[in-house]
Design a protein. Structure first.
Length: 254
């Protein structure tokens, strides 16, 4: 085993939004809309909550139906805002999408033990990457990775919002493997979801590890992981049992 790909949410971090973070984000959106409209809008916080909630429901329903194509978050916000009477310029919608994203990023913290594991695997010579199903904008996701201290430990990050297809579509895994310069047979995928992560990775020839650190799915006959771990700290031992680590990286390797 020479490379490891990770899911992001509920694998490296607990991906959620707190009510406090949502309130702060909605206040930012309110101020931006009122500035763009040059007036105070009664009940605007309620409207913002309806808009953001409507977008969330559309994304959630798309995932529930196991659709492979990723949704365009900017387009969803543009259409939903227009539906409640706000035909806003593109730069204003972009600001609103960023404010909505902040509700996620301000709710996330990475466990120091997770960073320790990534650092250990990096030092052991593994090439590492992230493959994440997420409608959030890739640029903002990469900013989160930098802030959390994850970016410096990985070699590539691939998001469905940039490939336009989601796991388990093989194309998103193949893109990540290409960026890593790794073959499926020498790569392990680590994720929490059996259908998307385990089944998708195995279908392209990778071994798959299910992590139950943040959430646990019931057994699925469609996807049986090659190993199950309760915490990311158990991963190095699993990799070792499969022939890792690959050894030190060559000088200058990123």
């Amino acid at each position: 085993m020479r490379a490891v790909l990770f899911d992001y949410g509920h694998t490296l971090v607990d991906f959620r939004r707190t009510q406090e973070a949502l309130h702060d984000a909605y206040e930012q959106v309110r101020a931006r809309i009122e500035a763009a409209a040059y007036l105070e809008v009664p009940e605007i916080l309620d409207l913002i909550e309806r808009v953001a909630g409507g977008v969330d429901r559309m994304v959630t329903e798309s995932y529930r139906q196991r659709r492979m194509e990723e949704l365009d978050l900017v387009e969803l916000f543009t259409q939903t805002l227009a539906g409640v009477g706000f035909d806003l310029p593109a730069d204003v919608v972009a600001h609103i999408v960023e404010a909505d994203h902040s509700a996620y990023s301000n709710s996330i913290a990475v466990d120091p033990e997770v960073l320790d594991v990534l650092s250990r695997l990096h030092a052991d010579g593994y090439r590492m990457g992230i493959v994440s199903n997420v409608a959030l904008l890739p640029r903002l996701m990469r900013e989160d990775l930098e802030r959390l201290g994850i970016a410096g430990q990985i070699d590539a990050a691939v998001f469905s919002s940039e490939t336009k297809v989601r796991k388990p579509d093989p194309r998103i895994f193949q893109e990540a493997l290409s960026r890593l310069g790794s073959e499926p047979g020498e790569t392990v995928f680590v994720g929490d979801r059996l259908y998307d992560d385990v089944g998708g990775a195995q279908a392209v020839g990778m071994r798959a590890v299910q992590t139950t650190q943040f959430r646990e799915e019931a057994a699925d006959a469609e996807a049986a992981p090659d190993a199950v771990i309760g915490h990311l700290g158990e991963l190095p031992a699993v990799l070792s049992s499969w022939g890792g680590p690959p050894g030190d990286r060559p000088p200058g390797a990123g």
